[in-house]
Each structure stands twice: as structure tokens, then as C-alpha cells.
Design a protein around this ligand. Structure first.
Ligand SMILES: [Zn+2]
Length: 295
């Protein structure tokens, strides 16, 4: 299997169109999910809470890193089998603001992997259920903002200036590439995570230098929407992506920028492959032009 053919695990062909939509936020406005505009961040400046004392014992985190997490905003596409455990770990770690897009209504088939969903919520929109789960475990000052729609180019453009990190956890290449392209354009770090069967991969994309996701996947390929997924696999790669995301937000070093991390759980192998920037990548070319230099 080609590694670039991996998908994240919230795929559901029956909900490829939004089954429920929340009003998109307008400047200064609030949506039905209590969503404020991107410029407002109630958690910024919040001091670390005692609940995070044990993780602050990590040498690369400490109090300084914890304060950065509390002041951080992340944007995530999808919080299903992969993005759900990922968002869960970010909320537990004390990330101040989590914004996510996840369309569709909950179906019974989701329940074997989507840890943020309510088993009693079948037939109801997924995003509010995921938001409630995250709000319950996040620190009291954290802000969880949810959209029951698939992210659009307009959404990505609107939110990217306000975020410290973008994370692609969607099953569709279109969403992952949209987020990656927009992050590079705005000079924001981007973490892409995907899985298929027993295998999974992560790519940490530097805000300005090195290869981007489109260097690896120039155009969305054909893929199988009804792909095999086990929660043990999707949650594992989701948490590996969360780990690197937390390190990026905390300013820790090193970060495996531009290295494709591939995991095969059946063989218990983990390998890193350093990618190179593609000379044909339009995203990198545009980024270099915008920054007035060639990287
Ligand atoms: Zn590129």
C-alpha cells in the first residue's frame, strides 16, 4: 500500500454532505454552538491549573510550556476516530482554545471508534456531542468551538490567522490539503495525521521551510471511503499526532519537521523518512513568492 493513500478514520460515505449546519460565525457574532469570532480567545493569558502539575515535570514542558499551551489556539478538521482522541489529549493537556469542524449526524457504525460521541446521540449532529465531551475534560477556562460543517476555503482563510497550529485529521484529501495549503500560506505550523488498516502516518509541516503535504500528495487521489479501521489504530496515531502538536505549541525541540513518520502496528515498526520539497509544488512556490525568497 502506498503510504500517501492513507485516510483518517472518521469517514462515512452516508454523511458526505452536511446533514446539519451551524451558522458560520460573523465578526463579533456567536453561532448556535456559542462560537465567538476568531479574534477572541478567552483562555489567553490564563495561568496553568494545578491539574497540570505532573505534566509540567516533563523537562521540555515545564511551567513556561504550560503557559504557552494555555495561550494556544488549534484548528482541527474532524474529531472522529483519529481526531477525537487527538483533541481529547490536547484538551487534557491544557490547550486554551480548540476549534474544530466536523460535519454529519452520528450513526451506530461510528461508535466503535469515535470516543467523543454520545451512544445516546445517534441521529444527532456529531459536532455538539464532541464539543460537550471536550468541554467536560478541558480546564475551566478553555474554549471549545465546534462547527457542524465541512471546512471550506473561506473557513480556513478566516480562522488561520487566529490559530497557532492547524491539524488535519479528516478522512478526505481535500480537507487535509486545504488545511495544509492555507497553513503554509499564513506561515502556521501544520500536523497531518492519517491511517488505513493497521498502518498510519504523521507529517509535521514547518510554517515556512521544507516540504509541505502537497509536495507528497500533489492532488487528491482516488481512495476507498469505506476503509478498514480499528479504534486501537486510529487512537494510537491520533495520540502520536497530539504529542507532536503539544511539543510544537510548547516550543519544544526537536520537532520532526518534514519527516514522514510511518507506523505499522501489525509489524510494530515505526520509521521516519525525510521528505524533500517538490520543485513542482504550487503551494511551496506560492509561499516562497509571498515571502520574497526561494526556499
Ligand atoms: Zn510543497
Amino acid at each position: 500500500m502506498r503510504i500517501e493513500s492513507m485516510h483518517t478514520s472518521s469517514s462515512d460515505t452516508r454523511t458526505s454532505q452536511p446533514a446539519h449546519t451551524s451558522p458560520r460565525p460573523q465578526p463579533g457574532g456567536v453561532s448556535s454552538a456559542g462560537i465567538a469570532d476568531p479574534g477572541r480567545d478567552p483562555a489567553r493569558g490564563t495561568l496553568p491549573f494545578p491539574r497540570h502539575r505532573r505534566q509540567q515535570l516533563l523537562g521540555w514542558l515545564g511551567q513556561a510550556g504550560q503557559r504557552k499551551l494555555a495561550a494556544s489556539t488549534v484548528l482541527i478538521t474532524r474529531v472522529g476516530g483519529l481526531g477525537g482522541p487527538l483533541a481529547q489529549s490536547l484538551a487534557l493537556a491544557g490547550v486554551g482554545r480548540i476549534v474544530f469542524f466536523h460535519e454529519g449526524d452520528l450513526i451506530e457504525e461510528d461508535l466503535h471508534r469515535m470516543v467523543l460521541m454520545d451512544p445516546d446521540g445517534i441521529g444527532q449532529p456529531r459536532a455538539p456531542q464532541a464539543r460537550a465531551s471536550l468541554q467536560r475534560i478541558a480546564h475551566p477556562a478553555a474554549c471549545i468551538q465546534a462547527f457542524s460543517t465541512r471546512i471550506t476555503p473561506e473557513d480556513a482563510e478566516r480562522w488561520m490567522p487566529a490559530v497557532d497550529l492547524a491539524i488535519g485529521a479528516a478522512p478526505t484529501y481535500e480537507e487535509r490539503l486545504l488545511l495544509g495549503d492555507t497553513a503554509r500560506k499564513h506561515g502556521k505550523p501544520f500536523v497531518d495525521a492519517a491511517m488505513y488498516d493497521d498502518e498510519a502516518q504523521i507529517l509535521c509541516v514547518h510554517p515556512a521551510d521544507g516540504p509541505c503535504l502537497r509536495c507528497l500528495v500533489p492532488e487528491p487521489p482516488q481512495w476507498r471511503a469505506d476503509f478498514p479501521v480499528l479504534a486501537a489504530v486510529s487512537a494510537t496515531i491520533g495520540n502520536l499526532a497530539a504529542y507532536h502538536s503539544i511539543r510544537i505549541l510548547a516550543g519544544a525541540q526537536p520537532i520532526p519537521w518534514g519527516e514522514l513518520i510511518h507506523m505499522d502496528m501489525e509489524r510494530m515498526s515505526l520509521k521516519k523518512t525525510r521528505l524533500t520539497r517538490s520543485p513542482a509544488c504550487g503551494t511551496c512556490a506560492e509561499s516562497a513568492t509571498m515571502n520574497g525568497r526561494s526556499r
